[in-house]
Design a protein around this ligand. Structure first.
Ligand code: FES
Length: 115
């Protein structure tokens, strides 16, 4: 299983193929996911310190390009944990002032990935 280092939280073993946003949620990373993991809100944004996936879903690419953020951060709802990673959650729930992080993302990437 790949290891996921969450900046400031620790290192966790993650089943291969887990959505990154859900792996962060399950291990105290506190990601926001205000659109429910649909590549619409960008609140699940992370900085990769190591192990950034080379693949990017079409939905993530289009969203980041439209916001001028391609190459700045990635959307954890559009990434799978398939190798060792080290990430920093850029908008943690506890610092957001929001009442809830957003509805729970599904187990599978949505919208259907075109990579
Ligand atoms: S873009 Fe909204 S949860 Fe990822």
């Amino acid at each position: 299983m790949p290891s996921l280092r969450i900046e400031g939280k620790g290192v966790f073993e993650i089943p291969t193929g887990t959505r990154l946003v859900n792996a962060l949620e399950a291990n105290g990373g506190e990601p926001l996911h205000r659109c429910g993991g649909n590549a619409r809100c960008t609140t699940c944004r992370v900085e990769f310190l190591d192990g950034e996936p080379k693949k990017m879903t079409q939905a993530e690419k289009e969203k980041l390009e439209s916001n001028g953020k391609l190459g700045v951060f990635r959307l954890s709802c559009q990434c799978l944990v398939e190798e060792d990673m080290h990430v920093k959650v850029l908008m943690p729930f506890s610092e957001s002032g929001l009442d809830d992080p957003g509805s729970a993302p599904a187990d599978e990437i949505h919208p259907k990935p075109v990579i």
